[in-house]
Design a protein around this ligand. Structure first.
Ligand code: LMR
Length: 342
């Protein structure tokens, strides 16, 4: 009887283990730059998601990083919070993590393009990639740091050189373009913004952002003038926030929301939920450039399937062509940066 009992307990244990392997919700998430203008509200949103996250590791350079982590840790959800201070703690913060989110780096000032941030942020992303290649080569990576169109190639090239590249797991976050598209269309048409879905493809800067208003769900009827104005407003939305903040940085709260939305969807897909679709900027050479933001079906291991860009209107097709040319230059700049350092 003892042996039978032992066997049945063992079987139950194996069953429970297999079940938890297929339905994990105990994810560890690391935020690099977790105390900054995007990082702090992003960490707040992550702390509020115990259904997906059990541990939240907050890394930043500033000496009050432990203070911010302590502050967030007092929120009464089961998510455990730990602080990591300084550049030399990036590796430790990333060790064995499931998802690394990178909002760190310098934001724009009025008059700057995202590309103007390359000099300040390229090396930040490169160094995080070096740490991830060593500490969490299988982790999902979400890059918010600008210029996304160039730093995602930097991250991927570093991983490639280390022999650890898995393009299905490295995402440049363009979700804010979708969030803004939903809001702007809904405001124009008197709809609930949370019920409007507009894919955005191409990249995440200026003319490389191509909102696909023709694929809006629910379908909306827009005049050519409305389409043109909406498209320009979506492409320039980030710049308008930079201007309105008169030198105090760029979008933080909406970007934190967008970063959290993407991260939650990625973790839900990792947990086994099906039919989760998001757009993101990834290594994907099926559109005449090496990287592109397209519609992605997310799964347990990152990208399950590239759903492409769908059918574009003539206006969107024209914009997409321009976007590809801009992205090619941004990508080449990122790749050259890694290759010049050998
Ligand atoms: C945004 O879209 O708001 C961000 O990429 C930040 C910026 O510099 O515009």
């Amino acid at each position: 009887l003892g042996r039978l009992l032992h066997r049945s307990i063992k079987a139950k244990h194996i069953f429970a283990r297999n079940l938890s392997l297929t339905h994990r919700n105990d994810f560890k998430v690391t935020v690099i730059g977790g105390v900054g203008g995007i990082g702090a509200p992003l960490c707040l949103l992550l702390k509020l998601q115990p259904d997906l996250i059990t541990e939240l590791y907050i890394q930043d350079l500033v000496k009050w990083t432990p203070g911010v982590a302590l502050d967030i840790s007092h929120i009464n959800t089961p998510v455990k919070v730990k602080a990591f201070t300084g550049a030399d703690q990036v590796r430790e913060a990333c060790r064995g993590t499931d998802l690394v989110i990178i909002p760190g780096g310098v934001p724009r000032k009025p008059g700057m393009t995202r590309d103007d941030l390359f000099g300040a942020n390229a090396s930040v992303v490169r160094d995080v990639a070096v740490a991830c290649a060593d500490a969490c080569p299988d982790a999902l990576i979400n890059i918010i740091t600008n210029p996304v169109n160039s730093v995602v190639p930097i991250f991927c090239e570093v991983m490639r050189k280390a022999g650890k590249l898995n393009p299905a797991k490295i995402f440049g976050i363009s979700t804010l373009d979708l969030v803004r598209s939903s809001t702007f269309v809904a405001n124009l048409k008197g709809l609930d913004p949370s019920k409007v879905v507009v894919p955005s493809v191409g990249g995440h800067s200026g003319i490389s952002i191509v909102p696909l208003l023709s694929q809006c769900q629910p379908q909306v009827s827009l005049t050519p003038d409305e389409i043109k104005t909406l498209t320009t407003n979506i492409q320039q939305a980030g710049t308008n926030v930079v201007k309105a903040k008169v030198g105090a940085g760029s979008a933080q709260l909406a970007m934190a929301f967008a970063g959290a939305r993407f991260a939650f969807n990625l973790l839900r897909a990792k947990k086994g939920e099906s039919n989760i679709i998001e757009c993101a900027f990834t290594l994907n050479n099926s559109h005449g450039t090496k990287y592109i933001s397209s519609r992605l079906l997310l799964g347990k291991n990152g990208i399950e399937k590239d759903l492409g860009i769908g059918k574009l209107s003539d206006f969107e097709q024209e914009n997409f062509k321009k976007a590809i040319e801009a992205i090619k230059k941004n990508v080449a700049k990122g790749e050259q940066f890694v290759n010049k350092i050998g």
